[in-house]
Design a protein around this ligand. Structure first.
Ligand code: HEM
Ligand code: NAG
Ligand code: NAG
Length: 319
């Protein structure tokens, strides 16, 4: 083979490979089969957030915990049964992930207007986008066409979702394992500009760590007792400034050494990601831009398309 035609052949192959990763996901996937999809989902999300602001955060988080485990296939939504172990009691999820009844409500509303058409995996992505927009964050077009898994993985949920004790290199590696860049990781961590965490996840940070603002540590200690086992589920906002508004305050907090989780503060403690944190802390526009890119990338992880998987009737169980 002549060098020039070899180059052409490998270029063609490369284009084919690039195209195949998300070839079947497209924003207008349901344009004909469910034209009222977006207008059906949004009011239900709106009502849930009007009732409880934190719910927007909880709904956004579901995408992360779904997509990092077998891809974006709604595996996180499957309930445990006596003969089926799902992901809901895996360490990162147990007593922590929430919003399942809101997803049920959205699914029921969507089933009413177009029965058997829209996947739970796609509903999770639209719901996360709507939540961010309702809480004041950026809009992006969600790609669609995912199908739902018939399986879940308790062990991959434990393995793939990084714990809040993670070092910077652990975080970088866990995101790289999903095909996400360090830049995506830092931008997506900005999701912690909304929502809450439990004392058990930040106790060591507020009592034992040194790269923390001492007034901030004291403030958090008031509702998170030092003794292991007491007040484990007491909640504190991840963003000390505006916990129900999707802005760039999270990064300003890191600069002030007011990250709540160890895994938050490692993004700004003298390491390779300091510059990116600084940029986002002064430029909400650059945070919004990169967060949207990150959300599109995370939503592209290993979707089931074509005839793989199924369209669940009820998000909590396989058909
Ligand atoms: C970078 C690695 C990450 C780690 C180690 C991490 C860890 C955590 C932890 C420990 C909590 C508190 C859970 C609890 O105490 O019950 C939390 C909450 C949350 N996380 Fe993350 N997270 C990470 C990335 C992400 C990403 C990529 C997103 C979404 C794009 C996200 C969205 C959220 C949200 C919105 C909350 C608040 C949820 C609520 O209030 O219900 N996190 N995260
Ligand atoms: C999940 O949390 C419940 C309630 O705290 C606990 O009883 C159960 O053992 C936990 N499950 C797992 C698998 O750790
Ligand atoms: C502080 O660190 C010590 C030594 O690692 C540990 O034994 C202790 O439980 C930690 N304290 C808190 C409140 O996490």
């Amino acid at each position: 083979m002549a060098p020039s035609s070899m180059t052409f052949a490998s270029l063609a192959l490369l284009l084919l490979l690039l195209g195949s990763t998300s070839a079947h996901l497209t924003p207008d996937f349901y344009a004909k089969s469910c034209p009222k999809l977006f207008s059906t989902v949004k009011p239900v999300v709106q009502a849930a957030i009007a009732k409880e602001k934190r719910m927007g955060a909880s709904l956004l988080r579901l995408v992360f915990h779904d997509c990092f485990v077998q891809g974006c296939d709604a595996s996180i939504l499957l309930d445990d049964t006596p003969t089926f172990r799902g992901e809901k009691t895996a360490a990162p999820n147990n007593n922590s992930v929430r919003g399942f009844d809101v997803i049920d409500k959205i699914k029921a509303a969507v089933e009413k207007v177009c029965p058997g058409v829209v996947s739970c995996a796609d509903i999770l992505e639209i719901t996360a986008r709507d939540s961010v927009v309702i809480l004041g964050g950026p809009f992006w077009e969600v790609k669609l066409g995912r199908r739902d898994s018939t399986t879940a993985s308790f062990s991959l949920a434990n393995q793939n979702i990084p714990p809040p004790t993670s070092s910077l290199s652990n975080l970088i590696n866990k995101f790289a394992a999903q095909g996400l860049s360090t830049k995506d990781m830092v931008a997506l961590s900005g999701a912690h500009t909304i929502g809450k965490a439990r004392c058990i996840n930040f106790r060591n940070r507020i009592y034992n760590e040194t790269d923390i603002n001492s007034a901030f540590a004291k403030k958090r200690q008031a509702n998170c007792p030092k003794t292991a086992g007491s007040g484990d589920n007491n909640l504190a906002p991840l963003d000390v400034q505006t916990p129900t508004y999707f802005d760039n305050d999270y990064y300003q907090n890191l600069i002030h050494k007011e990250g709540l989780l160890h895994s938050d503060q490692v993004l700004y403690n003298g390491g390779s990601t300091d510059f990116q944190v600084k940029t986002y802390s002064i430029s909400p526009g650059s945070f919004y831009h990169d967060f949207v890119v990150g959300m599109i990338n995370i939503a592209d992880i290993n979707p089931l398309t074509g005839s793989k998987g199924e369209i669940r009737k009820n998000c909590r169980r396989v058909n």
